[in-house]
Design a protein. Structure first.
Length: 171
Protein backbone atom coordinates (compact mmCIF):
# COMPACT_ATOMS: atom_id res chain seq x y z
CA UNK A 1 0.00 0.00 0.00
CA UNK A 2 1.25 3.41 -0.92
CA UNK A 3 1.03 5.79 2.02
CA UNK A 4 0.22 9.19 0.67
CA UNK A 5 0.06 12.67 2.18
CA UNK A 6 -3.69 12.53 2.51
CA UNK A 7 -3.50 9.39 4.61
CA UNK A 8 -0.93 11.05 6.89
CA UNK A 9 -3.19 14.09 7.16
CA UNK A 10 -6.01 11.84 8.36
CA UNK A 11 -3.73 10.14 10.89
CA UNK A 12 -2.69 13.49 12.36
CA UNK A 13 -6.32 14.55 12.61
CA UNK A 14 -5.45 18.24 12.71
CA UNK A 15 -7.45 20.90 10.94
CA UNK A 16 -6.29 23.15 8.12
CA UNK A 17 -3.02 21.37 7.51
CA UNK A 18 -1.40 20.30 4.25
CA UNK A 19 1.29 17.64 4.32
CA UNK A 20 4.40 18.48 2.30
CA UNK A 21 6.56 15.47 2.98
CA UNK A 22 7.16 12.81 5.66
CA UNK A 23 9.70 10.20 6.58
CA UNK A 24 10.74 7.87 9.37
CA UNK A 25 14.27 8.23 10.60
CA UNK A 26 15.90 6.82 13.76
CA UNK A 27 12.51 5.89 15.17
CA UNK A 28 11.07 9.35 14.62
CA UNK A 29 8.07 9.97 12.41
CA UNK A 30 8.79 13.39 10.94
CA UNK A 31 6.05 15.19 9.05
CA UNK A 32 6.57 18.47 7.22
CA UNK A 33 3.37 20.44 6.98
CA UNK A 34 2.01 23.85 6.16
CA UNK A 35 -1.26 25.65 6.72
CA UNK A 36 -3.86 24.97 4.06
CA UNK A 37 -5.01 28.58 4.45
CA UNK A 38 -3.22 30.76 1.94
CA UNK A 39 -4.64 33.97 3.34
CA UNK A 40 -5.34 35.14 6.87
CA UNK A 41 -7.20 37.84 8.74
CA UNK A 42 -5.03 40.66 10.03
CA UNK A 43 -5.37 40.72 13.83
CA UNK A 44 -5.05 44.52 13.82
CA UNK A 45 -7.53 45.68 11.17
CA UNK A 46 -9.47 42.50 10.37
CA UNK A 47 -8.81 42.62 6.63
CA UNK A 48 -7.63 39.59 4.66
CA UNK A 49 -4.02 39.50 3.52
CA UNK A 50 -2.03 36.97 1.50
CA UNK A 51 1.30 38.82 1.51
CA UNK A 52 3.87 36.49 3.07
CA UNK A 53 6.73 38.36 4.73
CA UNK A 54 8.84 35.33 5.66
CA UNK A 55 8.55 31.69 6.70
CA UNK A 56 10.33 29.32 9.02
CA UNK A 57 9.91 25.78 10.34
CA UNK A 58 9.15 24.95 13.93
CA UNK A 59 8.97 21.44 15.41
CA UNK A 60 6.00 20.30 17.48
CA UNK A 61 5.63 16.92 19.08
CA UNK A 62 2.30 15.22 18.38
CA UNK A 63 0.59 12.01 19.49
CA UNK A 64 2.73 9.00 18.57
CA UNK A 65 1.87 7.33 15.26
CA UNK A 66 2.46 3.58 15.27
CA UNK A 67 4.22 4.08 18.58
CA UNK A 68 6.85 6.27 16.98
CA UNK A 69 7.81 9.63 18.40
CA UNK A 70 5.99 11.97 16.02
CA UNK A 71 7.29 15.40 15.13
CA UNK A 72 5.43 17.88 12.96
CA UNK A 73 7.84 20.31 11.33
CA UNK A 74 5.38 23.10 10.75
CA UNK A 75 5.92 25.93 8.32
CA UNK A 76 5.02 29.15 10.10
CA UNK A 77 4.54 32.23 7.99
CA UNK A 78 4.58 35.86 8.92
CA UNK A 79 2.15 38.00 6.95
CA UNK A 80 2.20 41.66 6.10
CA UNK A 81 -0.88 43.83 6.01
CA UNK A 82 -1.20 47.25 4.38
CA UNK A 83 -2.46 48.69 7.69
CA UNK A 84 1.02 48.31 9.21
CA UNK A 85 3.53 46.91 6.69
CA UNK A 86 6.50 47.51 8.97
CA UNK A 87 5.19 45.00 11.51
CA UNK A 88 4.35 41.57 10.08
CA UNK A 89 2.30 39.21 12.22
CA UNK A 90 2.64 35.45 12.73
CA UNK A 91 -0.05 33.04 11.57
CA UNK A 92 -1.65 30.96 14.29
CA UNK A 93 -2.88 27.37 14.44
CA UNK A 94 -5.80 26.19 16.51
CA UNK A 95 -4.02 22.99 17.56
CA UNK A 96 -1.07 24.61 19.35
CA UNK A 97 -0.92 26.93 22.32
CA UNK A 98 1.27 29.98 22.15
CA UNK A 99 4.93 29.34 23.09
CA UNK A 100 4.35 25.58 23.40
CA UNK A 101 6.29 22.92 21.51
CA UNK A 102 3.64 20.21 21.60
CA UNK A 103 0.23 19.98 19.99
CA UNK A 104 -2.81 20.45 22.24
CA UNK A 105 -3.85 16.85 21.48
CA UNK A 106 -0.50 15.61 22.77
CA UNK A 107 -0.64 17.87 25.83
CA UNK A 108 -4.09 16.54 26.66
CA UNK A 109 -2.77 13.00 26.38
CA UNK A 110 0.00 13.90 28.86
CA UNK A 111 -2.61 15.45 31.15
CA UNK A 112 -4.74 12.29 31.04
CA UNK A 113 -1.72 10.15 31.93
CA UNK A 114 -0.73 12.50 34.75
CA UNK A 115 -4.23 12.42 36.14
CA UNK A 116 -3.84 8.75 37.09
CA UNK A 117 -0.13 8.76 37.78
CA UNK A 118 2.62 10.70 39.44
CA UNK A 119 4.08 13.61 37.52
CA UNK A 120 7.53 12.03 37.72
CA UNK A 121 6.32 8.71 36.27
CA UNK A 122 4.67 10.44 33.34
CA UNK A 123 7.69 12.67 32.76
CA UNK A 124 9.84 9.51 32.60
CA UNK A 125 7.43 7.68 30.25
CA UNK A 126 7.03 10.62 27.87
CA UNK A 127 10.65 11.70 28.11
CA UNK A 128 10.09 15.29 29.20
CA UNK A 129 11.20 17.21 32.27
CA UNK A 130 9.25 17.07 35.51
CA UNK A 131 8.67 20.82 35.25
CA UNK A 132 7.25 20.64 31.72
CA UNK A 133 4.93 17.82 32.74
CA UNK A 134 3.79 19.71 35.83
CA UNK A 135 3.03 22.85 33.81
CA UNK A 136 0.93 20.89 31.30
CA UNK A 137 -0.93 19.20 34.13
CA UNK A 138 -1.61 22.48 35.92
CA UNK A 139 -2.87 24.19 32.77
CA UNK A 140 -5.38 21.50 31.81
CA UNK A 141 -6.47 20.82 35.40
CA UNK A 142 -7.31 24.52 35.77
CA UNK A 143 -8.98 24.50 32.36
CA UNK A 144 -11.10 21.53 33.37
CA UNK A 145 -12.13 23.08 36.67
CA UNK A 146 -13.14 26.34 35.04
CA UNK A 147 -15.22 24.63 32.39
CA UNK A 148 -17.25 22.63 34.90
CA UNK A 149 -20.82 23.87 34.80
CA UNK A 150 -22.94 23.72 37.92
CA UNK A 151 -25.61 21.04 37.78
CA UNK A 152 -28.97 22.49 36.75
CA UNK A 153 -31.47 22.74 39.57
CA UNK A 154 -34.35 20.34 39.42
CA UNK A 155 -37.50 21.37 41.15
CA UNK A 156 -39.21 18.50 42.89
CA UNK A 157 -42.76 18.44 44.06
CA UNK A 158 -43.57 17.24 47.57
CA UNK A 159 -44.71 13.90 46.19
CA UNK A 160 -41.43 13.38 44.40
CA UNK A 161 -39.47 13.96 47.56
CA UNK A 162 -41.58 11.49 49.42
CA UNK A 163 -41.33 8.80 46.76
CA UNK A 164 -37.86 9.00 45.20
CA UNK A 165 -34.47 8.63 46.62
CA UNK A 166 -32.41 11.64 45.55
CA UNK A 167 -28.87 10.83 44.67
CA UNK A 168 -26.48 13.72 44.65
CA UNK A 169 -23.40 13.21 42.59
CA UNK A 170 -20.34 15.33 42.96
CA UNK A 171 -18.00 15.31 40.00
ZN1 LIG B 1 -4.20 45.02 8.85
Amino acid sequence: MQINNNFIKKLLDLQDLDIIYFNVNNGIFNIFATSSNKQVYCPRCGHITNKVHDRRYQDYEHLPIWNLKTIISLEIKRYKCSCNPEHPFTETFNFIRKHQRRTIAYEKYIFTLAHKNTIQNVADIIGISHGACQRIYNFYAKDKLESLEPEPLTLLGIDDIANVKVIITIQ
